[in-house]
Design a protein. Structure first.
Lengths: 102, 314
C-alpha cells in the first residue's frame, strides 16, 4: 500500500530537479507557482499540480535557453491551452445532451 | 555499440558554425520537446536531439567527437573507441539531465554529474519521473478511494535494460479534480549509483458520466420534461451521485431553467458543491389523433409567439 502525497517542499524540488533555491524564488516571483505553505523560501510547500508546472518550467527554461519571463509566458499559455481543452471537452459533452444524433 | 552521428541527428554539416547548430537544435527541440508535444515518440526523439546538442554545443566534446568520427564513425558494424580512449570532457557539466545513450555514456563517460550552478547532491543518476493517466469515476471522488495502478518501468538488470510491470494500490483522496496530479514518491524509474528513485505522478482524468456534467465543484444534470409537466408543474425523481431526490418543478417552467439541489455536488475543501437540474422540454415521439386535436385547440386558444425576439431585432 502506497500513500499519496499531495505536497512537495522547495528543498525536495531543488534536489530532484537540480535547481537552486534562488531559481525556485524566481519561479514564484514570475507567478509560475504559488507556495501553499511556508514563510521562508526553504520551507515553502507546493501542491503537486503546481510542482509539475514548475518542473516543466525548469525544463523549458533549460532546454530552450529561455529567460524566466519568456518561460513564465510559455507556461502560462500551456496552462491556458490545457484549461481550454478541458473546458471544450466538457462543453461538447454538455451540448450532446441537447442535440439529437444524426 | 552503435555510433551516433550527432551531425546527422541535428541535420547539419560537420563544418557547421556553432550558431547554426544551436538554431538546428532549437528548431528540433520545438518540434519534439515532451513538454510541448505529449507522446512517447516525441520524447524519444527529443532525447536524441538533446544528446546531440550536449556534444556539439560543447567545444571540447565536439572536438573529441570529430576525432572519433574520423577514426571510425563510418565503419560498418559496431563502433569501438580507439584503445586507451579517455575523454577530456568526461564528468563535465551536463545541460540536459535525461537518459543518455550507451554511445554517449561510453565516450563521454561518468554518467550524470551535476555541473556548476547545480546542487551536486548525488553522484549517481536519479531515476526519471513517470506520469500516467488515472481515470477516476465521479462516484469515487466522494470519499477516499483505493485503486489499483499498473504501469511499466524501464530498469537495469545485470547491465541490461528491461521493462518491469509494477502494480500498486493507491489512495485517491476525496475531492480530486480533473487535471490534478498525485505524486507517489520513489515509485518512478529506479535511480542508479545510490541516487534517488524517480516519482510516479498520477494525472487525474474524471471519466465522463452518462448523467452528470462537472462545473467546478458543482454538478449539472439534464432533466427531460414533457411539455405538460413544464406547463403544469411536476414532482420529478432526480438521480444524484449518492441516492435520489425529489425535485419540484414549478408550473410554467421554461426549458433551460436551472434548479439548485443543495449539497449534492462534488466534495471540496469548502464542503460539498451543489447539483443543478437543467430543465429540457422533450416532445412525445408521435402524436396520436386525440393528442393532435388537443394541440390544435391549444394553439387556437393561445396567443403565443415563440419567435417574438426575432421580430424585435429584424
Amino acid at each position: 500500500m502506497s500513500t499519496s502525497i499531495l505536497r512537495i517542499t522547495a528543498r525536495e524540488f531543488c534536489e530532484r530537479e537540480g535547481v537552486t533555491e534562488e531559481q525556485v524564488v524566481t519561479i514564484v516571483e514570475q507567478g509560475i507557482a504559488r507556495p501553499t505553505a511556508g514563510q521562508q523560501a526553504r520551507d515553502w510547500e507546493f501542491d503537486t499540480t503546481s510542482a509539475r508546472w514548475m518542473q516543466k518550467a525548469v525544463r523549458l527554461h533549460r532546454d530552450f535557453d529561455l529567460d524566466w519571463v519568456a518561460t513564465a509566458m510559455l507556461v502560462d499559455l500551456l496552462r491556458q491551452r490545457d484549461r481550454l481543452h478541458r473546458e471544450n471537452r466538457k462543453l461538447r459533452q454538455q451540448l450532446r445532451r441537447f442535440l439529437l444524433e444524426d | 555499440m552503435e555510433f551516433k552521428d550527432y551531425y546527422a541527428i541535428l541535420g547539419v554539416e560537420p563544418d557547421a558554425e556553432k550558431a547554426d547548430i544551436k538554431t538546428a537544435y532549437r528548431k528540433l527541440a520545438r518540434k519534439y520537446h515532451p513538454d510541448l508535444n505529449p507522446g512517447e515518440e516525441a520524447e524519444e526523439k527529443f532525447k536524441e536531439v538533446a544528446e546531440a546538442w550536449e556534444v556539439l554545443g560543447d567545444d571540447t566534446r565536439r572536438a573529441e567527437f570529430d576525432e572519433l568520427r574520423r577514426y571510425g564513425g563510418r565503419r560498418a558494424g559496431g563502433f569501438e573507441p580507439p584503445p586507451g580512449w579517455e575523454s577530456r570532457a568526461a564528468g563535465g557539466s551536463h545541460h540536459f539531465s535525461g537518459d543518455f545513450s550507451d554511445f554517449f555514456n561510453n565516450i563521454f563517460g561518468g554518467g550524470f554529474d551535476a555541473g556548476p550552478g547545480e546542487q551536486a547532491f548525488h553522484r549517481g543518476r536519479p531515476g526519471r519521473d513517470v506520469e500516467i493517466e488515472m481515470p477516476v469515476f465521479l462516484e469515487e471522488t466522494l470519499a477516499d478511494t483505493q485503486k489499483p495502478v499498473e504501469y511499466e518501468l524501464p530498469v537495469i538488470e545485470n547491465g541490461q535494460r528491461v521493462t518491469r510491470r509494477k502494480s500498486l494500490k493507491v489512495t485517491i483522496p476525496a475531492g480530486v479534480g480533473e487535471g490534478e496530479r498525485i505524486r507517489l514518491r520513489g515509485q518512478g524509474v529506479p535511480g542508479q549509483g545510490g541516487a534517488p528513485d524517480g516519482d510516479l505522478y498520477l494525472h487525474i482524468r474524471l471519466v465522463p458520466h452518462p448523467l452528470f456534467d462537472v462545473q467546478g465543484h458543482d454538478l449539472l444534470v439534464t432533466v427531460p420534461l414533457a411539455p405538460w409537466e413544464a406547463a403544469l408543474g411536476a414532482k420529478v425523481t432526480v438521480p444524484t451521485l449518492d441516492g435520489k431526490v425529489t425535485l419540484t418543478v414549478a408550473p410554467d417552467s421554461q426549458a433551460g431553467r436551472k434548479l439548485r439541489i443543495k449539497g449534492k455536488g462534488l466534495v471540496s475543501k469548502s464542503g460539498r458543491g451543489d447539483l443543478y437540474a437543467l430543465l429540457k422540454v422533450v416532445m412525445p415521439p408521435k402524436a396520436g389523433d386525440r393528442a393532435r386535436e388537443l394541440w390544435q385547440s391549444l394553439s387556437e386558444e393561445q396567443a403565443f409567439d415563440p419567435r417574438a425576439e426575432w421580430r424585435a431585432s429584424a
